[in-house]
Design a protein around this ligand. Structure first.
Ligand SMILES: [Cu+2]
Length: 147
């Protein structure tokens, strides 16, 4: 006859392990000033990661973003006050744009689904022979990490 086991069933153990993973990834948020620190996307109750990116002359804020692989990611992009037109262009793994958005003061949402990696974003706009906005500092990086 088999004795009654006091240990919890395997499913509970794996559920606890998963909860540990979630706690770890929440703790992973950097707590230093945002200056040259990457800013993690917020994970909302609906399981969607969201982050707002503001573009202006000539910056993106934040310009370094962290997100987790395998979880929906929404980038909410909008323009700071100003009359200079800007775009948000995000390059995919092969260097081709996976997003190319005209910025407006009304926020626009871009859904991103990319494997782990570092993805540059920038504004390629330029006026006549002047430097492009990218060359003037309007660029950043999205890093997608495994948990
Ligand atoms: Cu621009």
């Amino acid at each position: 006859m088999r004795p009654v086991s006091a240990s919890p069933p395997r499913t509970l153990a794996s559920r606890l392990a998963a909860a540990g993973c979630i706690a770890l990834s929440v703790a992973w948020a950097p707590n230093l000033p945002a200056q040259d620190q990457a800013v993690p996307a917020t994970i909302d109750n609906d399981g969607v990661q969201r982050i707002t990116i503001i573009g202006g002359s000539y910056f993106f804020r934040p310009d370094r973003i962290l997100a987790r692989a395998g979880q929906p990611l929404h980038l909410i992009v909008r323009m700071a006050e100003g009359i200079v037109p800007h775009r948000f262009v995000l390059d995919g793994p092969d260097g081709k744009p996976v997003a190319d958005i005209e910025l407006a003061t009304t926020p626009k949402t871009v859904q991103i689904d990319l494997p782990p990696g570092q993805y540059p974003f920038s504004c390629p706009n330029r006026l006549l022979m002047f430097k492009s906005h990218r060359e003037r500092g309007m660029s950043g990086t999205l890093e997608i990490r495994n948990e």
